[in-house]
Design a protein around this ligand. Structure first.
Ligand SMILES: [Zn+2]
Ligand SMILES: [Zn+2]
Length: 280
């Protein structure tokens, strides 16, 4: 059984976890975990939609964001000496393809002393990134998108994940089919984009996660088991990591037994370990 987690969240500075970093780390240590990685959201883009302006986790200004991210790192560094468990400091990054975003992101990340980054794609966006919307907020803030537009937004979403994999920034890629929680990208016509994602993982040998939060929401992990099976069939050359994506202490290690059983059933033996984390 995997006894570490590398994808968790906490609530300091109004990130979207529900417990403090200290509470999360203590709970992981009490569970007997060897390592906890803390990966609050890094969501910053000049065209962040106006509805996010009063939401403290979303930034349209890289300088403002950097101050908050630096504090995230300090909070965790200060806790290290209080615990036996190994604490890794990371971010779950929403990657964007525009050269402006990449230039700003790369500049910022060289100043942030993190252990690793993971890629989590949560946005729908147009190709030129003039329109962005967190999929979580879609119904509330962009309810009137027509079918054809939505189709292209979903394709762009999958293509953004492919670009994130190719960027080489990330230790592993989180929840490849996140949009399926919201009933998006489920139609068979999107399978070719999912295959392209899997091919890109294989070509770049980029690790990915089996995210167990899905068991609580749609009765299966992310990505869908068939996608994990496809990767297993590719001689398992890409390491896989089980992630709880814990926002609560009670989430730590959730459904790890089911995920382990699934990986065994799919004969997926190439496993990611914390020593494989790479500094950006
Ligand atoms: Zn996520
Ligand atoms: Zn997450």
């Amino acid at each position: 059984m995997q006894t570490f987690t590398l994808h968790t969240h906490n609530h300091e500075q109004n990130f979207d976890g529900h417990y403090s970093a200290r509470e999360m780390i203590q709970a992981a240590q009490d569970k007997g975990f060897s390592t906890i990685g803390v990966t609050n959201h890094l969501m910053v883009h000049p065209n962040m939609p106006a509805y996010t302006y009063d939401m403290p986790m979303f930034f349209s200004d890289f300088n403002k964001a950097e101050k908050v991210y630096m504090r995230h790192i300090e909070i965790l560094q200060n806790l290290k000496s209080d615990f036996k468990i190994d604490i890794k400091i990371g971010f779950e990054v929403d990657f964007f393809t525009s050269s402006e975003w990449r230039r700003n992101f790369e500049k910022m990340i060289t100043r942030l002393p993190v252990d690793y980054l993971i890629s989590g794609s949560h946005f729908l966006k147009t190709k030129d990134e003039s329109f962005l919307c967190n999929i979580f907020h879609l119904k509330q803030f962009s309810p009137s998108i027509d079918k054809e537009t939505m189709h292209h937004l979903v394709i762009n979403h999958f293509e953004n994940i492919i670009a994130a994999i190719k960027s080489g920034y990330f230790s592993f890629i989180a929840h490849l089919d996140y949009c399926s929680i919201f009933g998006l990208g489920e139609d068979k016509k999107y399978d070719k984009y999912k295959y392209k994602i899997l091919e890109t993982l294989e070509q770049t040998k980029t690790p990915f996660e089996i995210n167990t939060s899905g068991y609580d929401r749609i009765n299966r992990p992310h990505p869908a088991p068939w996608m994990i099976q496809e990767m297993s069939a590719k001689n398992g050359i890409v390491p896989i990591v089980i992630s709880d994506d814990a926002h609560f202490t009670e989430h730590l290690g959730r459904h790890f037994a089911e995920a382990e059983a699934l990986l065994k059933q799919l004969n997926y033996t190439n496993r990611f370990t914390p020593d494989m984390l790479k500094k950006p």
